[in-house]
Design a protein around this ligand. Structure first.
Ligand SMILES: [Zn+2]
Length: 82
């Protein structure tokens, strides 16, 4: 990641914070000391989140089809148990 000010190729990460899809990094230029922030999509985090979404979706559809096959009485019993 080049420095936005002097375009020097080397920078140090002084702080990083992870959010669900992004990594926010505070960087400082090794040469001129300029500080800036980058937002990067963390591929691993992103993939995990996507996978989680996929699994949740599948579970929901399984759950839905399961509920559909129950009678009204069974359904109310089912929800009482939850
Ligand atoms: Zn610089």
């Amino acid at each position: 990641m080049n420095c936005p000010k002097c375009e020097f190729y080397e920078s140090e990460v002084i702080d990083s914070r992870k959010s669900p899809f992004q990594v926010r990094r505070r960087r400082v230029c090794v040469k001129c000391g300029f500080r800036w922030t980058t937002y990067e999509v963390d591929e691993v985090i992103y993939k995990k989140a996507m996978l989680k979404k996929k699994v949740e979706k599948q579970l929901r559809s399984i759950f839905k089809s399961y509920i559909k096959n129950l009678s009204a009485k069974e359904q109310s019993e089912f929800f009482d148990e939850i």
